[in-house]
Design a protein around this ligand. Sequence first.
Ligand SMILES: [Zn+2]
Length: 67
Amino acid sequence: MSEHTTEEDTSLLHEWRSKIEIANRNNIFCHCCSCGYEWVGSSFGAACSSCGSQNVEQISCWQFPDD
Ligand SMILES: [Zn+2]
């Protein structure tokens, strides 16, 4: 199956996806619900590096609203 998209659509989609990927990769704010440790991580599903708990709240920084 070959789906033809215009070059503009493809590059726009690619740009949008790569922005999300970069934001996700570098800016995941993590907060350990067990010990309160806070850090900025690079992937979802990471355990707390302080106490090893997996009860971690994870928020992508790009989801924070701008002032
Ligand atoms: Zn912890």
